[in-house]
Design a protein around this ligand. Sequence first.
Ligand SMILES: *[C@@H]1O[C@H](CO)[C@@H](O)[C@H](O)[C@H]1NC(C)=O
Ligand SMILES: *[C@@H]1O[C@H](CO)[C@@H](O)[C@H](O)[C@H]1NC(C)=O
Ligand SMILES: [Zn+2]
Length: 398
Amino acid sequence: MVHISVITTATSTAVSIAVSLASALTLVSAHPNIHLASSSSSGHGPHALEKRAPAAGPSCSTTYTPVAAGQYPAIDCVPFIQDPQVQTWLKLVDFSKTPVFPPSQKGVCPTDKTTIPQDQCWWTCQKCDAPDDITSCPATGTWGLTFDDGPSPDSPRLYDNLLQHNQKATLFIVGSRAISFPATLKRAYNEGHQIAIHTWSHPSMTSLTNEQIVAELKWTEKAIFDTIGVTPIYWRPPFGDVDARVRNIATQLGLKTSIWTQDFDTNDWNIPAGVATPQSVVDTFKGWLTKIPSMPHGFIVLEHDLFPEEVNVSINGVLPVAYATKGLLMQPIAQCLNDGKPYREGAGTFKLLPGGGGSGLNGTSTDNKNSATGLGGVLAGQAVLVASALTCLVSFAM
Ligand SMILES: *[C@@H]1O[C@H](CO)[C@@H](O)[C@H](O)[C@H]1NC(C)=O
Ligand SMILES: *[C@@H]1O[C@H](CO)[C@@H](O)[C@H](O)[C@H]1NC(C)=O
Ligand SMILES: [Zn+2]
């Protein structure tokens, strides 16, 4: 029985990969302006596929009109820098300290990546992490649980699931969504999730001017502050698209750049686009479980709660497997970094649990009932199963 089920799984994985590749290619040829993620699964790159913004693009006005008092810039459009509010924010940054690199074309890498200066440290094209980038949780077996692009009409279903499991997460909030769904953002904050910044209109940040970068970050900060009364310190660049210039401006604004662990992209954002399936996302996730115990540190996963498909695969696919995996410790990023003050004003509703980052693997943390048994032991058990299944496959082939 075990043998048969393993063979079935292997086959269906192969099939779903084949299907997703085929549909990706169909999509690309049907829409030549859509480009696939650059070579690796961690690209998070096809901007057209990952349209996070209903009104983005051509519908954004090119004529400046001032933002009225108490109002916000047009949603899903890069804010105008002429605005007096933005002009005030620009004084917070000393641009003479900002490294000079030309803005990218929508975050797309040049054909010859060797032309990019090494010190640009452009995540998208050079896979470069800067020393201060947050890219993983320190303790092996610990998962920095993050959801991007909300709040959305589907976010409450995710929050319900997290609440049922007493599970907190880091939520990277798009400013345009925050003003559209303020009650949802308030709920997330009141339930103790770590609220963080994910820009105003979800652009490729390397494509913007220095001043636009300030406007994107500060308007989001303001929208969040106006809604929940605290100012997040953590931010995540959309698509992970950040370089030394963008980092410098964010740092001068007091923000910590948080990406995700290379190759720990669930690709859930590709389900709405028809390029991934819920099954392929869950299979990707299960694949990580085998390498997590031997990693020298924990990891941060990219997931989203903008589209219903993304929330569905989390609450019906990934999270149930994660909750059931003994020793796997899911935490907001601030928790795994042992940071009790993820807001400029301090802790807010965020409660740093004793044990700090803890360790899922060794079961030393106190905040997760799954931590009693080490992940290592569980996975060692799985390895035995896989080994016997492989033996079986071989004997089948013969
Ligand atoms: C887990 O415990 C073992 C043995 O005590 C130790 O060698 C290892 O470094 C610990 N791992 C973590 C991630 O704390
Ligand atoms: C998501 O799940 C809900 C509830 O099970 C279902 O009604 C809905 O059709 C699903 N949506 C998508 C896009 O899969
Ligand atoms: Zn995003």
